[in-house]
Design a protein around this ligand. Sequence first.
Ligand SMILES: [Mn+2]
Length: 300
Amino acid sequence: MSYRELYCTKNTGFLNSNTPYRDAEFIVVGVPLDMTSSYISGTRFGPDSIRRASVNIETFDYEKGVDVKKIKLTDIGDVDVDYSSIDLTLDKITKVLSEILNDGKRPVILGGEHTITLGVCRAVKPQAMICFDAHLDLREEYAGARISHASFMKRIIEERLVEKILFIGTRAVCKEELKFIKNNGVHRFISSKDVYKNELPSLIKFIEDELSSYRYVYISIDMDVLEPAFSPWVGNPEPGGLTYNFVSDIIEKLDKLNFIGVDVTEVTPVYNIDITSIYAAKLLFKAIISINESKTRIRK
Ligand SMILES: [Mn+2]
């Protein structure tokens, strides 16, 4: 071994994994997009902050007896964000994700503002999606933009990239969004208060009944789903959120669904070390283990 290998450390990748790309089943890719943030900006620092957290917390999941570090995973770095054009950046995301899926691998995406999920869905076309989010992001446009963190879900539905979306933890909706979701008859939301009103087993059964018939289910986690008292560093903190234990239990218990991949978005690290990144890394561990156990075959 050389001194270079002994004494030098590469920039930390997610879980610091050394699996070569060809052998990896999960491909981690960062998308530090931070263009349409309307309140607290800084999502461009999200991916590296989650990576840093991922190597400083326990990787063994004692409830399932699985170490996420043993899952074949590699981090290919960040998609270059083109700050002159959100369309160009979304196009790069779609191209990279299509390649990963064509190679038969499962994507794990580190955001970045939530808008990146539009670029991801254009490649994944997941049939169904579970979206953990305080918001619905179903506005026709926001601050004059049709593609923004507050309107990209409307584009996902318009472009028919997904047949059914189940929002969990919703608590910040405008009149327009409420009208849209109530009239559409397919996509549904479970508000954060409804989540707490239900016992976990009945909630899991409801979600399974809604989504088990779909061949590909994608998980999108906006970190603002959590209560901001616990997890404050997101672009649009919204009171009345869920606990980590609740979200992690839901993800853990849904491992019979046909999961295809996961993203975690809106981490906005204000300090060098931030608690929200630690939650993000931990929820990703849960999701990766559940996706791994779901054994969904990725289409080629
Ligand atoms: Mn949100």
